[in-house]
Design a protein around this ligand. Structure first.
Ligand code: NAD
Length: 503
């Protein structure tokens, strides 16, 4: 399959299908596919980031005054176009990010879902009214647009994370400048073309959401620019450690969505059929390259051997190969550096007394010699050592045992990251304890579902080194707006708060 598809030609067809300009440039950012390592084309670099920011700041002045339900009309057009072009964009995601087709399509579906959410939200930007202590007064809060939002995204969700941020920002009355990962510029160009068509149909200036293509330095320009009110940055904890203080230094706002080290606790009462399916999808799906990928299993000692045997059996039948092949479940790693990280982590785990019980090898896929494919690994660990406590962005699942739930929860929380988590149990007390304040310390905590695969309706994000940001559903929109508290005196007196007398 891989050898018979010319990925560069197919990319051109798909770009044409979504109305994007062809990549017929000789220079610029070279876009490659992790499927074969093939160069897909060159994406022009943005030479004048300053002008883009200026145009976004200018567009903000009028866009912020458009009534929110009318702003929702632009998001509705975008959602319709994404529905129409779901297959083409999903395939592009597979080609450029290496996701299996079903996950590439799922990522586009997530964009459609957030557009639906955004249209409804555009009529629900509510504030509170609050009881005042003064007679003849009314106190209320209003939410106003914030300004220009920079959206910096990672390679592994090359299109959905843009939409989580951009849809909320546009509905909120903000304008957007997007810097995608340098590893996935082609999908960004495709999304931008669809957005510009949506803007044309809605009669809105495309300057309300623009794209800048370039490396980390372009991201740094956005981070340091005081015309940008909010920097929403998704990526590694290393990146967040640089971005957070720089934005804070100019009193900007940062919304950080960083690395995870997600675990599942498996209790003695767990339904093992369901558990094994949930764990395998979360750990091996997307070749372990989700921020929410399952990386640690903490299993009760009474069921540990059975669980590991069953996981091993499931892992031995996982088809690794081209993500465009419909039978594949595990596609490639993004690049050789990711493979180095995989090999290094396995070596360290072995040194720490770990035993690799499944996978751990590189896989050669015919016709894709320059693609980086690995067999997802399971490693039994005697303890939660340093290598287990850090995020390795590859499919390695560490298994540790526990004897009582307090110990399991302590082990669960004893990592620097705090994104997603889960417990598999049929015991109500165990489940509720895990969800309580004394349980998981993560932003997402699930019962009888693995840690990956969130829906857009809930707020998404995590604590500790994951950065504390919340995107997507629930009231995450508040991050993209500024709150004003208003007190109105409709009486003819001037009573002062706290009973203060003056004049
Ligand atoms: P990365 O940190 O290498 O890059 C992410 C983005 O940040 C890229 O666009 C990059 O150009 C930019 N960047 C890097 N350094 C920067 C700086 N100093 N200033 C401004 N911009 C900078 O991450 P990656 O390898 O593309 O993605 C994988 C990582 O992202 C993993 O750690 C994963 O857990 C994390 N991630 C987190 C979430 C989440 O929602 N929490 C979602 C997806 C991915």
């Amino acid at each position: 399959m891989t050898s018979t598809v010319d990925l560069s030609a197919r990319t051109s067809e798909l770009l044409a299908a979504v109305g994007a300009a062809p990549l017929d440039h000789d220079s610029g950012l070279a876009a490659t596919s992790p499927i074969t390592g093939a160069v897909l084309g060159h994406v022009p670099l943005t030479s004048d980031v300053d002008s883009v920011i200026a145009a976004a700041a200018d567009a903000y002045r009028s866009w912020s005054l458009v009534p929110a339900p009318v702003r929702g009309g632009l998001v509705r057009e975008l959602g319709e176009l994404l529905r129409e072009h779901k297959d083409a964009l999903g395939e592009l995601v597979s080609i450029e990010a290496g996701k299996i087709v079903s996950e590439g399509l799922g990522e586009v579906q997530e964009m459609i879902d957030i557009c639906d959410f955004g249209v409804g939200l555009s009529r629900q930007l509510y504030g509170n009214t609050i009881a005042t202590e003064r007679p003849g007064h009314r106190m209320m809060e209003q939410w106003h647009p914030l300004g220009v939002v920079a959206v910096i995204t990672a390679f592994n969700f090359p299109v959905a994370v843009w939409s989580w941020n951009t849809v909320l920002a546009l509905v909120a009355g903000d304008t957007v400048v997007w810097k995608p990962s340098e590893k996935t510029p082609v999908t960004a160009v495709a999304v931008q073309a669809l957005f510009e068509e949506a803007a044309r149909r809605a009669g809105v200036s495309p300057a309300v959401a623009q794209l800048v293509v370039g490396d980390r330095a372009v991201g740094e320009t956005l981070v340091d620019d005081s015309r940008i009110a909010l920097v929403s940055a998704t990526g590694s904890t290393r990146m967040g450690r640089e971005v957070g203080p720089r934005v804070a230094a100019r009193f900007g706002r940062a919304l950080l969505e960083l690395g995870g080290n997600n675990a599942a606790i498996v209790c003695p009462s767990a339904d093992l059929d369901l558990t094994v399916r949930g764990l395998v999808f979360s750990a091996a799906g997307t070749a372990g390259q989700r921020c929410t990928s399952l990386r640690r299993v903490i299993v009760h000692e009474s069921v540990a051997d059975t669980l590991v045997d069953r996981l091993g059996t499931a892992y031995s039948s996982l088809p690794v190969g081209s993500p465009l092949d419909s039978s594949t479940l595990v596609g490639p790693l993004i690049d050789e550096a990711a493979h180095d990280g995989y090999v290094d982590a396995l070596e360290r785990a072995r040194k720490d007394g770990g035993t690799v019980v499944a996978g751990g090898e590189r896989v050669r896929v015919p016709g894709a010699e320059d693609g980086v494919y690995v067999q997802p690994a399971i490693v039994r660990m005697p303890a939660q050592t340093d290598v287990v406590r850090r995020e390795t962005f590859a499919p390695i699942l560490y298994v540790m045992t526990y004897s009582d739930l307090d110990e399991a929860i302590a082990l669960h929380n004893d990592v620097p990251q705090g994104l997603s988590s889960s417990i598999f149990t049929t015991d109500l007390r165990e489940a509720e304890r895990f969800l309580s304040a004394a349980g998981s310390d993560c932003g997402i905590a699930n019962v009888n579902i693995g840690p990956s695969g969130a829906e857009i309706g809930g707020a998404f994000g995590g604590e500790k080194e994951t950065g504390g940001g919340r995107e997507s559903g629930s009231d995450a929109w508040k991050s993209y707006m500024r709150r004003t508290t208003n007190t109105v005196n409709y009486s003819s007196e001037l009573p002062l708060a706290q009973g203060v007398t003056f004049l």
